[in-house]
Ligand binder design. Structure first.
Ligand code: SAM
Length: 176
């Protein structure tokens, strides 16, 4: 089973940081891949690649020139995160949209303006509160609920360094 994230409408001049944060949040919270659609820009993809090299895991990032096709051809559930959707807590509980019960999942998040087609093509339009906030926050909360917290213990083998959890200061080590 795979969990992938589609970043819609990336704007190279404005969204560098936010799109990188979408990708890094996807990785840290247990997704396998991010697809970046919108303006052509290798920046966020290079950021992800350097983090994976340093901190490990098998997360991948790629540019997506045809997001509509990706969504239409997706063999599983498509979850579009939007403040106008159904409450995440209801969808997870009532529809069984969890890691243990669901098929492959593609989670779509927007940037400033989201085109109407994604609302129609999504299997679920899901809200993390009905208030406007951020794609990064919405993605983190959705994945946390989808994985039922198990993503917090995820390991990312194969990196150059790993963090040694510590109550004081910053400790890292080279993995054995
Ligand atoms: N005005 C935009 C719209 O029409 O949806 C909202 C843009 S918001 C800055 C960027 C993205 O954050 C949205 O496309 C959505 O994916 C996500 N987002 C923001 N608030 C959300 C919420 N309450 N629930 C779920 N996703 C949210």
């Amino acid at each position: 089973m795979t969990v992938e994230v589609l970043r819609l409408g990336h704007r190279p001049a404005r969204d560098q940081r936010l799109t990188s944060h979408v990708a890094l949040t996807a990785r840290a919270f247990g997704a396998d891949r991010v697809h970046v659609s919108g303006g052509e820009d290798s920046g966020p993809i290079e950021t992800v690649e350097s983090i994976v090299e340093r901190f490990g895991g098998e997360f991948t990032a790629e540019r997506e020139p045809s997001p509509k096709k990706l969504v239409k051809d997706w063999n599983g559930d498509v979850v579009h995160l939007t403040m106008y959707g159904l409450p995440v807590q209801d969808v997870v509980e009532e529809d069984g949209l969890t890691h243990s019960e669901a098929d492959d999942v593609l989670v779509a998040v927007g940037s400033r303006k989201v085109h109407g087609w994604i609302y129609d093509e999504a299997s679920y339009n899901v809200a993390v509160t009905s208030q406007p906030h951020s794609e990064v926050a919405a993605l983190a909360v959705f994945l946390h609920m989808y994985f039922d917290g198990s993503e917090l213990d995820l390991e990312h083998p194969g990196g150059e360094i790993e963090v040694v959890p510590s109550g004081q200061g910053k400790k890292t080590r080279e993995p054995e």
